[in-house]
Design a protein around this ligand. Structure first.
Ligand code: GLY
Length: 408
């Protein structure tokens, strides 16, 4: 709460970030997000609001949020509460806190329900994690720790990773781990520290090491899915599920890798993870189009006519604002400038939803091979975009920016 007050007072001053590339007005972008959030609240809140219905996406042909029930198979239900917590953090306005609490608490049952899949980290840490960081409510802490225990039931010690999709073991031909799963490790690290559960730290480290060993090609681009023998732990194959091909670089998969290894370095301070975070970042940065918002898959042969993925750009912008803090010299400058360039592009008319839709951003791709959420607004694009803006604002205010994502 102390930090919240500090941040709110620093918002009094206009804040422009200059890089050699351009000048970007963070405050203007944050104010825009606030206006769009207010418009969404107007859509959602009435005397009969069902707080278990969460904004998920807006099709390119639509203007208001398509809502989904916060059931255990809906992986995105933590992002809308997370957006509200970030708005509360940015402004100190109690209306956001009140709404954030109501939406967050819809997810509590998941902490004690047998794990449907690995997405518990996304679900519970974006909602309860941010909520605890900003309120210190001990009930929230208990829910996060219970969620981490539930997530850890998916760990297979023969393999050394968490199982991502229990329902797809037969379909993939073994224990499957997807790159996205790296993000869920953050909740395990947190529960290890805050719940005195060192084995959760060990699971997270082993998952990151095993993934580092098998989930990447020689150029450090990643497979989406790694399949392992359940008994022997042997790596069987690398595949895609949401990308263009098994051998292609799916933009959001690589984004999860960049964000994930940056976070694992923060939590372990092991330099091998920092080195790896830089390697998986460089292959991504080297292949970006001019505006730094990737095509949904870097190897889609229809580029330049393929859709972009604003969500990947938001995830990477946020990650790079953290990663650059651990780097020095030219690399540090390159990463910071790249992040600002991404945020600047996302904040332009080309990507902003503006008055057309209630979301912050247009032009994300959810699941191209399934024909789902193509060139749409998607709630996690908004979540990571706002997180990145807040990180930039905090950096600008001489704070670390990392506490945005997880209480220490
Ligand atoms: N975790 C699923 C996705 O990134 O689409």
């Amino acid at each position: 709460m102390r930090f919240l007050g500090l941040l709110a007072s620093s918002f009094v001053f206009a804040s422009c970030v200059s890089t050699s590339a351009e000048t970007f007005d963070v405050d203007e972008a944050l104010e825009y997000c606030g206006r769009q959030t207010d418009r969404t609240l107007t859509q959602l809140i009435s005397d009969s609001t069902d707080y278990s219905l969460m904004p998920r996406n807006i099709a390119a042909t639509d203007s208001i949020w398509h809502l989904r029930k916060a059931t255990c198979d809906e992986w995105c239900s933590g992002f809308w509460p997370g957006v509200l917590w970030y708005e509360y953090e940015a402004t100190g306005n109690e209306k956001y806190k009140e709404a954030a609490c109501r939406y967050t608490e819809q997810l509590e049952y998941l902490s004690k329900t047998p794990a449907f899949d690995h997405d518990l980290g996304f679900l519970m840490f974006c909602s309860y994690g941010n909520g605890f960081r900003l309120t210190g409510d001990p009930k929230y802490k208990d829910v996060i720790i219970a969620s981490a225990d539930t997530l850890a039931t998916l760990y297979n010690p023969n393999v050394g990773t968490l199982l991502s999709w229990p329902r797809n073991v037969d379909m993939f031909g073994g224990h499957n781990t997807i790159m996205d799963n790296m993000i869920n490790l953050e909740m395990l690290f947190w529960a290890a520290k805050n719940g005195n559960k060192p084995h959760l730290h060990d699971i997270a480290v082993k998952h990151a090491e095993t993934t580092m060993q098998h989930h990447f090609r020689p150029d450090y681009s990643c497979y989406h899915v790694a399949v392992y023998d359940r008994e022997t732990g042997t790596f069987l194959k690398g595949m895609t599920h949401q990308g263009f091909a098994d051998t292609s670089m799916w933009a959001r998969g690589q984004a999860w890798a960049i964000y994930g290894y940056t976070m694992v370095y923060r939590e372990t301070q092991d330099p091998k993870f920092l080195d790896f975070a830089c390697k998986v970042t460089d292959v991504y940065l080297n292949r970006l189009p001019e505006d730094y918002v990737p095509y949904w898959d870097f190897d889609d042969p229809s580029i330049p006519d393929a859709p972009r993925d604003a969500s990947a750009a938001g995830v990477v912008a946020s990650a790079l604002l953290e990663l650059q803090q651990y780097c020095h010299g030219e690399r540090k400058q390159t990463y910071k400038e790249a992040a600002v360039k991404m945020l600047s592009s996302l904040s332009s008319d080309k990507y902003r939803s503006g008055s057309r839709r209630l979301s912050f951003l247009d032009h994300s791709v959810g699941h191209m091979p399934a024909g789902s959420e193509i060139d749409a607004s998607i709630i996690y694009a908004d979540y990571y975009y706002l997180e990145a803006l807040l990180r930039l604002k905090k950096l600008d205010s001489n704070s670390s920016g990392n506490e945005l994502r997880a209480a220490k």
